[in-house]
Design a protein around this ligand. Sequence first.
Ligand SMILES: Cc1ncc(COP(=O)(O)O)c(C=O)c1O
Length: 455
Amino acid sequence: MKTIIEPFRIKVVEPIRLTTPEERRQRLEQAGWNLFALHADDVIIDLLTDSGTSAMSAEQWAAVMRGDESYAGSPSYYRFEAAVRSLMPFTHIIPTHQGRAAEAILFSIVGGPGRIIPSNTHFDTTRGNIEATGATAVDLVVTEAHDPDSREPFKGNIDLAQLERLLESSAERIPVVMLTVTNNAGGGQPVSLENIRATAAIAHRHGKPLIIDGCRFAENAWFIKCREPGQSSRPVPDIVRDMFAMADGMTMSAKKDAFANIGGWLAVNDDALAAAARNRLILTEGFPTYGGLAGRDLDAIAVGLHEIVDEQYLRYRVRTNEYIGEKLLALGVPIVQPVGGHAVFVDARRFLPHIPPLEYPGQALAVALYEIGGIRACEIGTVMFGLKPDGSEVAADMDLVRLAMPRRVYTQSHADYLVEVFEEVVRRRDQLRGLRIVSQPSQLRHFTARFVPLG
Ligand SMILES: Cc1ncc(COP(=O)(O)O)c(C=O)c1O
């Protein structure tokens, strides 16, 4: 059969409240035109993030009931640890309440003023946690990543020559090298096994550990299987093990590729780093066998890790985004190609060329999607990345709008509705106007900034 169906049946449903455009205009005004400030039950289709929004399976809910809430030495922790280690063979696996907690712990130890942390592209919380210690986060993604039309298969790769040069000139300032798989801020694009291997080799030659931000490791492995020569007949779990065998540690948000609604971990091989991380964990998260999570969360993650590497699921997952991407392209909506693993990224700067970057074309498009169709998407552009630590503002590389797909939540008719909303946005495109920020915090401003529409 040519239709790739949702490989699950629905057992529990959540009603969606259908709002009117007038109601949505009022909600936008109350929210200061920041979609993070909306009440979620005023949203019809919520594509703000794929993080923590997965539908858990019957097996995961059964595991929740098995969760053991002992403060120390819970069997839930050991099931979690075994599940992680079956895919990512690190010596120390330290649970945290979510990904950024793992980042905060790691950078409180290896960061600090004067330090430089290179990566393909740091995600916003990673960058925020690095900069909060006084260190500098440097993005060294390959040049094709900046070309939304380039159909290179691994646009998440790090530029190896630039990494080598940075290590040659500043090795003493670089405590770790990072790679984000898939590269969320760069369009959900994958990193090849070859690039991971070469990055590890360069880092190790300079005596530096490689830390993988593995939030979407299963989607990355699926792309490796589909696109990298010699990988097509290999089981996804084997590819995952190869990806992590070359690294010295990882940060993880279990809210992505572990089908969990909360959770994360920091894993490392180095004993001294692990000891420092556990000391910090006890101060900020909790005892090392629960790390800010309930035992039931650890069990949900353990089962989720088993389910996420299922190839039927991954095929459907990637196809959903391709389906939406193909329809948007047919409407003439520019998107980042090829479509990434967890989301479709619309190139708002190109779609709305009459709105300059410092009037936030991405935010303008995201606001229009909500006003016209009750769809909540996320600006990944100048609002998210344009404010520098010294308070200056510069246009981000690209102004994208991310339509992130929660895992196992929406069906094909939701995707078709999304496309219809875009049809209307295309009709009104010339009337869309930019926005001005009226209040903002000094870091991670996209979460809480307030806007007013221009014109
Ligand atoms: C690539 C990447 N790294 C880190 C994080 C942070 O994870 P969390 O939201 O669990 O703190 C995210 C979240 O979206 C992410 O996409």
